[in-house]
Design a protein around this ligand. Structure first.
Ligand code: SF4
Length: 765
């Protein structure tokens, strides 16, 4: 998979040393080699004789740990670290790890890879007993369960063993106490964990063996499922197996297919060899007459070698990959991205031109990336493209620490193989068969394959919504009345949260509230949900659930269906942030008149519909100015925010600006791959109870954004759009109409909204 369509959540690394030294630097190198397991935040905690010194932040290892920061972490005999990818709306610093907790028996730091399936229940139990949580990650739940058990256990390792009896799901942990480092693996061994030793007697624990190699530690062995290993500086490790043999080993098979580095060995199986095996089996299952076999970098390459070897078709290097692209936090002013596929991957035309190509990739998630890659091969002259996938079709979500999404966004879960082939545009397609999975692992039969079969070895969460309302057994159904009614939605207060019900009214012009567009509310709610899900790794959002079962009973009536969202209560910032990625609409008029857009002077000679080098961010404020079309500058936004949040103006303005751009870029990238251009959009943010920024309001809907079809896009021309354009055009042509829109205009508008929704999500309303 090229575009990190699916992400591993985390990687962990720790070191103990018989002597005091610059342990942070060793952890830095360990984390650096685990960067593929998490790229959004990282952290290191150093233990100097029981005193913990930590640093963690958003960003990749080499960005966060500049030499100065590493030296400030000081020296010690133990240090642990973590790289993280956030899957649950929590890329914020509060969720970066390792987390450090101070309890009555001393300090403890925890680094976690995996996901508990019962964290909701455990968290509620802890909260009822007085625990106060500072983050939304389940690692804090793990930490509090251990510290609670520590109150009556004589050692940290016994407290961990006790707490493990409560944990369900996946966890590979490195825990640091004032005197020890402890490695822990869940009884299923879902996520990998291993340890090794350096020549001078330092023990290293890591998610993958490639990180041991990076610090010149000799691989000793994998941590067994359910095992606790205690490392004390200068002593031999001690194994505790109280929780071993509770279950059969079920290592995640997708580690071998995609997540892990090919130079790692997990539970005795070489990742590279597993991928080559997969390629060989694919060649036997789906033979084809072809001239060349190529793999999609990086995780398709090893399987391509296997396919070529088995089939006798020559192996070729068909792509050059740009290895130096970091993740999304793009500052304004940087070059705007056309498409990540185009930037990250280029076809070597001379290798594929005129050839029948077998293209090997590890998997297909939404199908958009594969579609683009196949097109690039055809554009480069490939005569035929036969796609072979080294994993079976995804049919279910992963609850064990990866972000394989629910079935609604998995193309193969919702379409036949022929339809997938049709969508991707290849000549033939072959997915690895589930019955062949043991063949990949040299015949091993027990492993987790839940995302391919829907059978979860370690169970699945009972509560999927973050907050499920208590049922109102025996009592009459509670009536709710809106606390606020607006153009776009009605707001209800509900048990400490908010219920948002999207209305069917047109929102462009207050005066025409009387007009209704049947079904608009559902499109807006479902589309916003889609974008909220897509961007949740970048910024937390306010959506708790759109599942009707998570709502109070009152909202389970047909009229609320599909248009109702359960949200966290937020304090909305007095700003709306508009990103203009293209010269469109009012932006074009302003530019024609003054050469400026929102106060920003643009280069001369721009054309209508032209893409801007870098999207322009224009905060607007209703609270301050009273008209959301009036823009203010970035500097003015600092002033406004400073007035409302003294001392935080610059920080909030900077975060809002960066996030707005990052969200726009991520969404635009996605939309382009689905054949839609996001010309401009409006985003709003709020602050949660901890004062952290949260994305809020209706995001990227046809009411607040301008979508153009990519097909037929031409610079210098007005674009057809999937938004309220019919309404605007009709009103312009009928200035004396008193805003009584004819039915056909209303119908055309909703048809466009639904078309955009279908194009973007692949689903129909
Ligand atoms: Fe791995 Fe899939 Fe199991 Fe998740 S569900 S642990 S990705 S095999």
């Amino acid at each position: 998979m090229l575009m990190t369509e699916i992400k591993e959540e985390c990687g962990v690394f720790g070191i103990t040393s018989p002597f005091t030294y610059d342990a942070a630097t060793t952890v830095y190198y360990g984390l650096y080699s685990l960067q593929h397991r998490g790229q959004e935040s990282c952290g290191i905690v150093v233990n100097d004789d029981g005193v913990f010194c930590s640093h963690k932040d958003l960003g990749q290892v080499n960005e966060v740990f500049q030499p100065q920061i590493l030296s400030e972490l000081g020296q010690g005999q133990i240090a642990i670290g973590h790289v993280r990818y956030a899957t649950t709306g929590s890329a914020d610093r509060a969720n970066a790890q390792p987390i450090v907790v101070n309890h009555i028996k001393g300090s403890m730091a925890v680094a976690h890879n995996g996901n508990l399936t019962n964290s909701f229940e455990l968290r509620r139990e802890l909260e009822l007993n007085g625990s106060i949580f500072h983050s939304t990650s389940d690692t804090e739940v793990i930490a509090y369960c251990i510290t609670r058990a520590r109150l009556h256990c004589d050692s940290i390792e016994h407290a961990i063993s006790e707490a493990m009896k409560k944990f369900e799901g996946a966890y590979s942990l490195i825990i640091m106490s004032p005197a020890k480092m402890i490695a822990v693996r869940d009884p299923y061994g879902l996520r990998p964990l291993c340890y090794g030793i350096t020549e001078d007697g330092r023990y290293a624990v890591a998610s993958e063996s490639c990180a041991l190699d990076a610090v010149s530690a000799k691989f000793m062995r994998d941590v067994k499922p359910g095992e606790i290993i205690v490392f004390e500086p200068g002593k031999e490790p001690v194994s505790i197996e109280d929780n071993c043999s509770r279950s059969k080993q079920h290592t995640c098979i997708f580690e071998y297919i995609y997540f892990a580095r090919p130079d790692s060995v997990i539970d005795g199986i070489d990742v590279h060899r597993a991928r080559v095996n997969a390629g060989r089996i694919l060649a036997r299952t789906y033979p084809v007459d072809a001239d060349i076999v190529i793999g999609v970098p990086d995780s398709g390459l090893d399987a391509a070698i296997g396919y070529a070897d088995e089939s006798g078709i020559p192996y070729g290097i068909g792509f050059v990959k740009n290895k130096y692209i970091g993740r999304t936090f793009i500052e304004p002013g940087q070059a705007h991205r056309e498409s990540l596929v185009d930037i990250k991957l280029n076809v070597i035309a001379s290798v594929v031109a005129g050839k029948r190509v077998v293209l090997i990739d590890d998997s297909v998630v939404r199908g958009t990336t594969s579609k683009r890659i196949v097109k690039k091969l055809r554009d480069a002259g490939a005569r035929e493209v036969h796609l072979r996938l080294a994993s079976p079709t995804f049919v279910a979500a992963c609850y064990y620490g990866t972000d394989i999404p629910d079935t609604s966004t998995l193309i193969a879960a919702n379409n036949s193989i022929d339809e997938v082939k049709e969508y991707i545009g290849c000549d033939s397609i072959g997915f690895y068969r589930t019955e062949d999975l043991p063949g990949m692992l040299d015949g091993r039969k027990t492993f987790c394959q839940a995302c391919f079969t829907g059978e979860y070895p370690a169970g699945s969460p009972k509560v999927t919504g973050k907050y499920r309302f208590e049922s109102k057994r025996g009592s009459e159904m509670k009536e709710y009345t809106p606390v606020k009614e607006g153009k776009v939605r009605e707001l209800y207060e509900a048990d400490g949260n908010m219920i948002m019900v999207a209305t069917d009214r047109i929102s462009a012009f207050d005066v025409i509230l009387k007009n209704k567009i049947d079904g608009k509310g559902i499109v807006l709610t479902q589309m916003a949900k889609f974008w909220f899900d897509l961007t949740k790794g970048l910024v937390p959002n306010h959506v708790i659930s759109t599942d009707v079962n998570d709502m109070p009973e009152f909202f389970r009536k047909p009229e609320f269906k599909g248009r109702t969202t359960l949200c966290r209560k937020l304090e909305m910032l007095p700003l709306e942030c508009i990103v203009r990625g293209y010269i469109s609409g009012s932006c074009w008029n302003a530019y024609k008149e003054s050469g400026t857009v929102c106060g920003i002077r643009l280069p001369e000679g721009l054309k209508e519909s032209q893409k801007l080098d870098s999207p322009i961010y224009t905060p607007s404020t209703k609270a301050e100015i009273g008209d959301h079309d009036i823009s203010i500058s970035y500097e003015e936004s600092i002033e406004v925010l400073e007035k409302y949040y003294p001392g935080r103006g610059s920080e909030l303005a900077r975060k809002v600006r960066n996030l707005t751009i990052a969200i726009y870029n991520k969404c635009e990238d996605y939309a382009l791959s689905r054949g839609i251009i996001i010309a401009d959009t409006k985003l709003e943010f709020g602050l949660d109870e901890n004062g952290e920024l949260v994305l809020a309001d209706e995001v990227l809907t046809p009411d607040s954004s301008r979508f153009w079809p990519l097909d037929g896009y031409e610079e210098g021309k007005p674009q057809p759009s999937y938004d309220k354009q019919f309404v605007r055009d009709w009103l312009k042509a009928n200035p004396d109409s008193d805003y009584n829109l004819p039915q056909d205009v209303i119908e055309k508008t909703i048809a466009k909204y639904k078309e955009a929704y279908h194009l973007i999500t692949g689903k129909t309303i």
